[in-house]
Design a protein around this ligand. Structure first.
Ligand code: G
Ligand code: G
Ligand code: MN
Length: 814
């Protein structure tokens, strides 16, 4: 405090107290008589001017000032002046200085804190709020509304109703959250949509913790805009929804424990267990197919060692037992904590796997029978060979061909044919149970079975079982059919195996079994043959012949022999059957039984057949020209020729070239041709018949042709099979058959020829039973053309009697 006296422009200090001195840092002497300048220093300004003016007019006044004191920071003071009442000198006044520095500082801090908070809130990607609940239940909300709605920027702590801002769809959840928070005094932690003034709704993540304030309960909270996060989440979620599989995190702990701390729920959906399983770690591990776990562990260990990507395929098994194949891709990272973590994706590859398995199946199994195919058999055989080499023992392979199947196909239809074949295949499978035997379908109608430790000496036992199983009638569509098998078997013992090249052993065994099978087939249905080197030689012989056949026509090695056909009543020659012979430079004269099948297999039969027709017809032309105009010429035609489209045309051209009448020409076909239901065979025969050529059925009665076919096809003649004729006198049932055939032929207006007539008794029987023509050794062997010429020239009556010239009968006995 100081006593002042008013001066011209202000005041002067007259007396000061010690507090004044200590506050201002001036001494009593310095103050005494000093003008206000000493106190105020450089301080200036309109407020100070107004204060000084008020002092001059002797009015009380006060001002807030910063005073420079000594070298220290200025001090903040409240300076007040008032006239000194009750003294004569009206120029005297009293001046007080109050140090408000500390006060000032405190309010500055408050202001700064408030500004700081406002700044933070402004910078917050969201808003703050406060909710107060009074004991009587009334609720008040306050919030810097501008933080929510930028339009109202500047208005602070406006009372607001949160429901006005929160999206209606989230109201129920908001109420629930608040109730729970009240009840449990637990923080609210939830995301709500806030309806924006414009620009759509935004998501806010709200955190508010309740606290008691006296009787009241207050939540101070914050809401952070998480719209972008939410969008990213939704984006990720929809990606996850759409991956055909799931995402996962796998962690391998230093102690070796493996965990799946995170797996997307799409896994549950994939396995169809959505409702009962939210897969947890252990669950996930349990889901992996037990057989695949070792493989997964192994791959994870490798990936851990090399810290390189894993691609693992394994099966997952749902609680309902359903299996899915997954392929997972994951790259490992080593964490500071020593764990290794993989974030990965697993894709459902079940369809791919199934397709691959199906392909694999198709590559190794036969669809009709479900048996393995040749390729699979080869694999098993190789494995078995390795096993026998290592452990000793032997391997046996039996190849089975089923004859009679094509007839079932043709008479009952292909479905029944398939059923019959499946039936036979099932019989074979039954014999192949256990690891030591394996059955397969190795070709169209060829099956095979391989056996470990098959004893060549005891083979009969197995072959008999096999033959028995395959021969039993098979039920097909309500009836029973017979499939007549042929079996070829071959063996390798461990001793033999060591001498052979391992790579070719399987092939060699298959080859030997099939050689034995071919041999069995040649012996007829129901035959078993075991491979021997002898068979091998014969098959090599056939191979040689097959090669030689190719050049036989050019080399002019074929010739035709002619067997007379005789009128049984007169003994006169009515025609000839041309029979081919092969005059092989090395092997001599070969019979057609040997080489016709080879020619059929190689297709040479077509060229050979044409050669036969041209040769036979030119011979016929010679006989006609020599005056034997009544003679016919029969040629044998194979079923393969009939199926060749150019066959009728070939005949037409050959007849024209030879210049003979088509009525003098006959073709002999086998019953098999009639079983060919295809329109081609019928069309071909119709065309042949259309040329005027006679069609005869050779070996009639030996095959399976039904009489119905004779009506359906353009047939004029039946040649009764030698078999019936040969037995004729001995066997009464053959006699009955011949009578029946004769009756049939008459009713269908067919000519009859008996083949293989060897005795006079046979001739007589046939003659009596309406068979007009015969052929056989009784009359003549097949002859070379010169011998046939001689017979014709001598107008022989067959059989020749001993009264005939001797040289003739010699010639006939060749
Ligand atoms: O003669 P022989 O053993 O020769 O006849 C045996 C079989 O060969 C008979 O079934 C006969 O039909 C057949 N054959 C004979 N010559 C030919 C021919 O030129 N072509 C055809 N396809 N088969 C023939
Ligand atoms: O199948 P095809 O009839 O076409 O053949 C006739 C076959 O019969 C020829 O091999 C021929 O040599 C033979 N052959 C002809 N006559 C007789 C005979 O009286 N007895 C025997 N066993 N075979 C004959
Ligand atoms: Mn014939």
């Amino acid at each position: 405090m100081a006593v002042i006296s008013v001066t011209e422009g202000g005041f002067a200090l007259s007396r000061v107290n010690p507090a004044f001195c200590s506050l201002t840092g001036l001494s009593e002497d310095e103050c005494s008589g000093a003008g206000h300048g000493r106190l105020l220093g450089e301080t200036a300004g309109p407020e100070l001017d107004a204060f000084l003016a008020a002092v001059a007019f002797r009015r009380p006044a006060s001002i807030h000032l910063s005073l420079p004191v000594g070298g220290d920071a200025p001090i903040s003071v409240e300076m007040a002046a008032a006239p000194l009442a009750g003294v004569a000198d009206d120029r005297l006044g009293i001046l007080t200085l109050t140090d408000v520095t500390a006060l000032r500082r405190a309010s500055d801090a408050d202001r700064e804190a408030a500004e700081y908070l406002a700044g933070v809130i402004r910078g917050l990607p969201g808003f703050v709020f406060s909710r107060l609940v009074r004991p009587d239940g009334t609720v008040e909300h306050s919030a810097p509304e501008w933080a929510i709605d930028p339009q109202s920027r500047g208005r602070l702590n406006t009372r607001f109703d949160p429901l006005r801002h929160v999206h209606p769809d989230d109201h129920a959840r908001l109420r629930e959250d608040i109730e729970r928070s009240v009840a449990l005094r637990a923080p609210v932690r939830s995301d709500y949509r806030i309806v924006g003034a414009k620009g759509g709704d935004r998501w806010y993540r709200v955190r508010a913790t309740p606290r008691a304030s006296g009787e009241d309960l207050i939540w101070d909270g914050v809401g952070i805009d998480v719209t972008e996060d939410k969008e990213k989440e939704a984006w990720l979620e929809s990606i996850v929804e759409n991956i055909p599989g799931f995402l996962f995190r796998r962690v391998l702990h230093p102690d070796g424990r493996m965990e799946y701390p995170y797996v997307t729920p799409t896994l549950a959906r994939m396995l169809g267990v959505e409702d009962d399983l939210e897969p947890t770690v252990e669950d996930f591990w349990r889901l992996i197919h037990p057989e695949d776990r070792a493989h997964v562990v192994e791959e994870v260990e490798r990936s851990t060692r090399e810290l390189s990507r894993t691609v693992v395929e394994c099966r997952l098994v749902g609680t309902d037992g359903g299996e899915r194949w997954i392929r997972s891709y994951a790259t490992p990272r080593r964490l500071n904590t020593g764990e290794v973590a993989w974030d990965g994706i697993a894709v459902d590859v079940t369809a791919e796997k199934e397709a691959a398995q199906r392909l694999d199946y198709l590559a190794h199994y036969d669809l009709l029978t479900g048996l393995a195919n040749r390729a699979r058999l080869g694999e098993r055989l190789t494995a078995m060979v390795t096993d026998v080499r290592a452990k000793g023992g032997s391997i046996g392979m039996s190849a089975v061909i089923l004859s009679g199947l094509s007839e079932i196909n043709e008479t009952l239809g292909p479905n029944d044919g398939d059923t019959a074949f499946k039936g036979a295949a099932a019989r074979l499978s039954e014999l192949a149970v256990g690891g030591d035997a394996f059955a397969a379908r190795i070709d169209g109608n060829e099956l095979a079975i391989i056996r470990r430790d098959a004893d060549p000496l005891e083979n009969d036992g197995f072959t008999n079982t096999l033959m028995g199983a395959m021969s039993r009638p098979i039920p097909v569509g309500g009836s029973l059919v017979m499939i007549e098998p042929c079996i070829g078997t071959a063996f390798f013992t461990a001793g033999e195996l060591t001498e052979l090249d391992p790579a070719g052993v399987g092939e060699e065994l298959m080859k030997r079994a099939s050689m034995a099978l071919s041999s069995a087939e040649r012996s007829g249905p129901g035959t078993c043959v075991v491979y021997s080197t002898d068979i091998d030689h014969r098959s090599q012989h056939r191979m040689q012949l097959r090669h030689a056949l190719h050049r036989a026509i050019e080399a002019d090695e074929f010739e035709l022999h002619y067997q007379p056909m005789v009128d049984l009543r007169t003994g006169g020659i009515v025609g000839a059957e041309a029979l081919i012979r092969w005059s092989h430079p090395e092997f001599g004269i070969l019979r057609p039984d040997i080489f016709i099948p080879l020619a059929e297999q190689s297709g040479i039969i077509i060229a050979m057949g044409e050669w036969v027709v041209r040769k036979a017809l030119s011979q016929l032309k010679q006989w006609h020209d020599a005056g034997h105009r009544h003679l016919t010429m029969s040629v044998n035609v194979s079923a393969i020729q009939i199926r060749t489209p150019g066959f009728p045309d070939m005949l037409r051209r050959a007849i024209a070239a030879a210049d003979v009448l088509p009525e003098a020409v006959e073709v002999e076909i086998t019953e098999g041709v009639l079983l060919d239901r295809s329109s081609e065979a019928r069309a071909c025969l119709e065309a042949v018949r259309g040329l005027g050529i006679t069609i005869a059925i050779d070996d009639f009665g030996a095959g399976h042709a039904s009489f119905q076919y004779l009506r359906d096809f353009p047939i004029q003649k039946l040649k009764i099979d030698q078999m019936f004729v040969r037995q004729l006198v001995l066997n009464s049932s053959d006699a009955i058959i011949i009578q029946a055939i004769a009756t049939l032929a008459r009713s269908l207006s067919l000519d009859l020829v008996a083949e293989g007539v060897e005795t006079l008794e046979q001739r007589d029987f046939l003659r009596e039973h309406g068979c007009g023509t015969g052929q056989g050794y009784l009359f003549s062997l097949p002859l070379q053309s010169e011998d046939f010429d001689w017979l014709l020239a001598s107008q022989a009556v067959l059989p020749l009697t001993l009264a005939r010239p001797a040289h003739a009968s010699q010639g006939l006995q060749v």
